[in-house]
Ligand binder design. Structure first.
Ligand SMILES: *Cc1c(COP(=O)(O)O)cnc(C)c1O
Length: 355
């Protein structure tokens, strides 16, 4: 593969939003990264070009059978002015794991990393600097072959877009109310649950809408077979503290291997806490709550980093966690990870890549 990246800069720069007006995923920078795949050529023509729409044949494979994948990672501007990507290598690995599962040709890890650092560098002036703001990178691969047939496509499009985003919590970290779902399921062993692919989100929308109408922010999925083991929240992995044990469901094929999940587990193990990756049923959580042993519950994901859960609703029951307030460990994890992301604490684990 010829990996020289061509850069075509835009002639008309967009107006940048003010930091205080930043939300999530509604504004995009001036450029995007694009690369093509054809069976004979492999991945070719990596390039940065002005952000803009793609022309697509109506028969384009991804539009019909959903063969595609995505990633989501962030870049932060520290008080020292430096821009840091958080654990990009982990995201590269996951991108290629998802690619395998989706019958998409894998990419050269070096090239993927370079696509992110190059694009962030070209659009570096877009990196906001206020507390809680960042650049959200959305690498995506879609089957671009115009062909109506059920088989892996022979052509693909890899692209990366960037959205400057605001703090996930406009009024500070507020514990969320989550509905535990046993009527619908997200994934089963052997399915797509561990792949970061749009199909998982398509499968989740109906339940999430139902929960929203009832006043909940997110849903907590149970396993698809017994409908009793806790799996994950819509866009986040879940962790619970019961007594002095911290529990998160194991990676057994149905949930996403979150990078934030891994970061939180690493930190808590370093802190000498008792951490278990093991199956946990909703009944165990209910019983713990009734005995006063359910200390904290939180979600982990790139968008919110750490998201405290104040209430779990299951069937007719409402389980209030820590009086609906943020727990001590939840806060400590958030503060520690955020400090590394913004370069306020030393990166002793090689988690950040400076652009
Ligand atoms: C992306 C994602 C997560 C969070 O993963 P991070 O790497 O921590 O951002 C969790 N669950 C699902 C379904 C996801 O798509």
């Amino acid at each position: 593969m010829n990996d020289a990246i061509r850069i075509t800069r835009t002639a008309t720069k967009k107006e940048k939003p003010k930091d205080k007006d930043l939300a999530f995923g509604n504004v995009f920078t001036d450029h995007m990264f694009v690369m093509d795949f054809q069976e004979e050529k492999g991945w070719y023509d990596p390039r940065v070009e002005p952000y803009g729409p793609f022309a697509m044949d109506p028969a384009t494979a991804v539009l019909h059978y959903g063969q595609g994948l995505f990633e989501g990672l962030k870049a932060f501007r520290g008080r020292d002015g430096k821009i840091r990507l958080f654990r990009p290598q982990k995201h590269v690995e996951r991108l290629n794991r998802t690619a395998e599962r989706m019958c998409i040709p894998t990419l050269d890890p070096e090239m993927v990393l370079k696509s992110w650092t190059t694009l962030v560098d070209v659009d570096r002036d877009w990196t906001p600097s206020s507390v809680g703001t960042s650049l959200y990178l959305r690498p995506t691969i879609v089957a671009s072959e115009p062909f109506l047939g059920v088989r892996p496509a022979k052509e693909y499009l890899y692209f990366v877009i960037i959205s400057p985003v605001g703090p996930y919590y406009a009024e500070g970290m507020n514990p969320v109310k989550i509905k535990v779902i046993d009527k619908y399921v997200r994934a089963v062993v052997g399915g797509l649950g561990e792949a970061k692919t749009s199909a998982n989100y398509a499968a989740s929308l109906y339940a999430a809408e139902e929960a929203k109408h009832e006043g909940f922010t997110q849903v907590l999925w149970l396993d698809g077979v017994h409908r009793k083991y806790i799996e994950e929240v819509g866009t986040m992995n879940i962790m619970l503290k019961i007594g002095d044990e911290i529990i998160t469901p194991p990676l057994q094929g149905t949930i996403l291997a979150g990078v934030t999940r891994d970061s939180a587990l690493t930190l808590m193990r370093e802190w000498g806490l008792r951490v278990s990756e093991r199956p946990v049923t909703i009944d165990e959580v209910r019983e713990a709550a009734s005995k006063g042993a359910l200390k904290e519950v939180w979600g982990t994901g790139t968008a919110a980093v750490i998201s405290p859960v104040g209430e779990l609703a299951f069937q007719r029951e409402r389980i209030v966690v820590n009086g609906g307030r943020i727990g001590e460990l939840t806060q400590r994890l958030y503060d520690t990870i955020v400090a590394i992301q913004y370069g306020a604490a030393p990166d002793t684990r090689g988690w950040t890549v400076t652009v």
